[in-house]
Design a protein around this ligand. Structure first.
Ligand SMILES: *[C@@H]1O[C@H](CO)[C@@H](O)[C@H](O)[C@H]1NC(C)=O
Ligand SMILES: *[C@@H]1O[C@H](CO)[C@@H](O)[C@H](O)[C@H]1NC(C)=O
Ligand SMILES: *[C@@H]1O[C@H](CO)[C@@H](O)[C@H](O)[C@H]1NC(C)=O
Ligand SMILES: *[C@@H]1O[C@H](CO)[C@@H](O)[C@H](O)[C@H]1NC(C)=O
Ligand SMILES: *[C@@H]1O[C@H](CO)[C@@H](O)[C@H](O)[C@H]1NC(C)=O
Ligand SMILES: *[C@@H]1O[C@H](CO)[C@@H](O)[C@H](O)[C@H]1NC(C)=O
Ligand SMILES: *[C@@H]1O[C@H](CO)[C@@H](O)[C@H](O)[C@H]1NC(C)=O
Ligand SMILES: *[C@@H]1O[C@H](CO)[C@@H](O)[C@H](O)[C@H]1NC(C)=O
Length: 475
């Protein structure tokens, strides 16, 4: 009797399981199907009929999978449809570590990204919106893949979309090589009432600089902008993480490779060679120079000429607060000519050096608590050292600092406070004493000294010393 009552239920459960199994196995193909629908819908909007008021006769079903970055003719959409797409676009984002920013990754994908991903190295760049046009210059000396994170707050979000679309339309290299990601502060999203800005039409027949000038005025004018300093570490992580290549370098946009593009295949060969290929915890540093005349040297020979007549010097050599990480490069300049990209020497870094290196995915992340520029590179390099990475200087390839944009060191004090906590965390995680870190890396922070000399830290040190004595005795 009891069993009979449950028979329909068991039967229903059985059917349900069968359906679930079928769904599970067909899920993959369904997704691919959806993807292709999405693309089919939006490849050619001029084919879609418009009604009398000039609005596209699109149903909400039609725009269900659209994002603001699809190749859609925005002018054909009604305000409400745009707002729906805007909401969907944000839903497809993820948060940074502190959930302060929406990360809209792969918003615009380089059309050659798949073939370029077969090359070993990708450049991960971080840009403020007014720096977007510099990407065209950047590609004059770098033929490989580029992954760019752009910080956009409030209306900059719309302007950046217009500008990126324009660049992609007008510059084939940008279209092919560059994949764009947007970093949008949660508290400074653009007003949806102004979504109509996206209908702004600019085209390549109009002077690109003219269009940019119009837009850049808008970028600078917008006083509603986020007062946050640039989340440079979040941006570096986003740009690096979405690089599809095995190795990544995260320089500033004003650090350029030599202009002779035949060096690129040499770099590829270097990373294809077994030695570099097999090294998991290696970081390779291009020598880095400041140049004063803004003409990018073609090769090392030209760079050395510039050094000799005083128009180039080691990066940061004259800047007070940061040590030269590569120190005295006289030996590098004097090396006999090399045709290929090779390793010249191992480098010992010292905190707070700010090296720029090519390294594999899996390197320590840039810590996203820091905003603005100060300490951001040095502390990541320190963690690389604590993780026992090795650093090597490369020959033949190098970076030069052009049109030096002034780095804004705002937020230095806040970052210093974060640093004191961060060093303590690192000390615990890697079982190094803060005091040793400080001895190794002289650092004048009274707060840090307080922490180092706190009873807890002293006790930790005493315990470890006695443990070491015991281990020694046991040996
Ligand atoms: C889109 O469709 C229009 C009208 O059918 C046609 O003239 C145009 O060439 C198409 N554009 C593309 C990119 O296929
Ligand atoms: C035209 O399309 C828009 C959006 O789909 C709709 O709101 C509007 O009522 C339509 N106008 C006419 C005259 O059908
Ligand atoms: C978009 O999302 C906001 C907040 O979640 C909501 O208020 C608004 O109605 C949504 N707009 C549309 C068109 O779905
Ligand atoms: C590097 O290796 C990739 C993949 O193994 C290969 O496709 C490419 O031709 C190699 N390039 C060079 C310059 O050796
Ligand atoms: C330095 O050398 C470069 C390359 O030879 C040359 O173009 C430049 O004019 C020289 N500058 C000075 C100040 O001599
Ligand atoms: C950088 O290195 C050069 C050469 O070793 C040295 O003369 C200079 O003082 C260093 N600069 C700083 C800021 O340490
Ligand atoms: C750099 O090192 C070389 C020897 O390796 C030395 O002759 C030269 O004076 C050094 N330069 C500076 C600026 O310290
Ligand atoms: C430096 O800036 C000037 C003016 O904006 C530009 O013409 C030049 O191409 C830039 N130089 C490089 C190497 O990007």
């Amino acid at each position: 009797m009891e069993l009979k009552r449950f028979l329909p239920l068991i039967f229903a459960l059985y059917i349900f399981l069968a359906v679930a199994l079928v769904l599970l196995f067909t899920r993959k193909t369904t997704e691919i199907h959806i993807q292709s629908i999405k693309r089919d819908h939006f490849t050619n909007f001029s084919q879609i009929s418009t009604n009398e008021s000039g609005n596209a006769a699109l149903s909400f079903e039609d725009i269900k999978f659209a994002t603001l970055f699809d190749d859609i003719a925005l002018k054909d959409l009604s305000d409400v449809q745009l707002a729906v797409i805007y909401n969907q676009t944000l839903l497809e984002s993820y948060f940074d570590d502190q959930a302060t920013f929406y990360i809209l990754h792969d918003a615009f994908q380089g059309t050659n990204y798949l073939s370029l991903a077969k090359d070993p190295v990708c450049v991960a760049l971080t840009l403020s919106p007014d720096q977007i046009p510099q990407i065209a210059n950047y590609l004059q000396t770098w033929p490989g893949s580029v992954s760019v994170a752009v910080f956009v707050s409030s209306l900059d979000f719309y302007y950046a979309i217009i500008l990126i679309n324009l660049l992609r339309e007008c510059n084939k290299d940008v279209l092919k090589q560059v994949t764009w990601h947007l970093v949008l502060p949660r508290n400074f999203t653009p007003p949806t009432s102004k979504l109509g800005i996206l209908r702004t039409e600019l085209d390549c027949s109009v002077d690109m600089h003219e269009s940019y000038n119009v837009l850049s005025k808008l970028f600078n004018k917008d006083k509603e902008k986020s007062p946050l300093p640039l989340p440079i570490n979040t941006m570096r992580n986003v740009a690096s993480r979405h690089c599809r290549n095995e190795w990544v370098i995260a320089p500033e946009v004003d650090l350029r490779f030599p202009s002779d593009k035949s060096i690129y295949p040499k770099l590829v060969s270097f990373f294809n060679a077994t030695n570099a290929f097999q090294c998991v915890k290696c970081a390779f540093l291009p020598a880095t120079y400041d140049i004063l005349n803004n003409v990018i040297p073609k090769n090392k020979k030209q760079l050395v000429e510039l050094v000799l007549n005083g128009t180039a010097r080691v990066y940061h050599e004259k800047k007070s607060s940061f040590r030269n990480y590569t120190g005295n490069l006289s030996f590098w300049e004097a090396l006999p000519h090399n045709d290929d990209v090779v390793v010249t020497s191992k480098i010992n870094l010292k905190f707070p050096d700010q090296p720029i290196y090519i390294t594999r995915h899996g390197m320590p992340k840039f810590d996203e608590r820091y905003l603005g520029h100060s300490w951001t590179r040095s502390v990541q390099a320190l963690e690389m050292q604590l993780k026992e990475y090795r650093f090597f200087l490369l020959d033949t390839i190098f970076l030069v600092h052009v049109n030096g944009t002034k780095i804004n060191h705002a937020n230095t004090q806040v970052n210093k406070q974060i640093l004191t906590h961060h060093l303590r965390e690192l000390s615990l995680r890697y079982d190094e004493y803060l005091e040793d870190l400080i001895e190794l890396y002289p650092f004048d922070s009274p707060r840090l000294v307080d922490i180092v000399q706190s009873p807890h830290e002293l006790e930790r040190k005493t315990n470890r010393n006695s443990l070491q004595v015991k281990i020694k005795k046991a040996d």
